[in-house]
Design a protein. Structure first.
Length: 201
């Protein structure tokens, strides 16, 4: 069962809900984040600190909000965690960073949902959902809000799950409630950033 109409394409695969594989991916993502922070904190601490101070000094928390919005609106490989890390290293408040990232992420996801809801059967969105995003689309088509929840808290690209949710016409009230899971995800990763950076120092 899904939460709305599906994209009109009979050839789309229906993927199995491989929760074990997602957990492995989540664990690997956490490990990579901690290793990168450790290396940066030990070998590149001074240049990383200087760059973070310069970047955050130029953009502030509004820059973090814009980055989180764009990164969760358009599918791409750069995670919001990078910008959260810069903000933390530059000395911004932990809770302000987490809240700003969450708000930006929810807005970005909402824009992705709205765009796909309007343009699911048109051009780039359709090609993406029937191409590179087909497996995520299949999960959301089959499992609805459950798959969206996994996308909100796991390394699965959140923007793609939002496109898929919009394409199946998932009601916004359900979509928004699931999007709130971005908050614990952002604060958890920010805590890892804090842990890794402090430990490396």
């Amino acid at each position: 069962m899904t939460d709305g109409a599906e994209l009109h394409s009979p050839d789309l695969p229906v993927a199995d809900f491989e929760i074990r594989a997602l957990m492995v991916r989540f664990s690997v993502g956490v490990l990579i984040l901690l290793v990168m922070l450790g290396v940066s904190g030990v070998l590149l601490r001074e240049p990383t600190t200087e760059f973070a101070a310069w970047y955050v000094g130029m953009t502030g928390l509004p820059g973090l909000f814009i980055a989180a919005t764009m990164l969760d609106m358009v599918p791409q490989p750069v995670p919001t965690d990078v910008f959260m890390g810069f903000a933390y290293i530059a000395g911004r408040d932990f809770w302000a960073i987490g809240a700003t990232s969450t708000l930006g992420s929810v807005l970005g996801g909402t824009l992705a949902w709205a765009g796909a809801r309007w343009a699911a059967d048109r051009g780039p969105v359709r090609r993406y959902l029937t191409g590179r995003g087909a497996s995520v689309y299949a999960l959301v088509r089959q499992y609805g809000t459950m798959a969206l929840a996994v996308g909100a808290i796991s390394p699965m690209p959140f923007s793609v799950t939002c496109y898929a949710a919009g394409s199946i016409k998932m009601p916004y009230n359900k979509f928004f409630l699931v999007c709130l899971l971005r908050a614990p995800r952002m604060f958890f990763y920010l805590w890892l950033i804090k842990l890794g950076w402090v430990a490396a120092g």
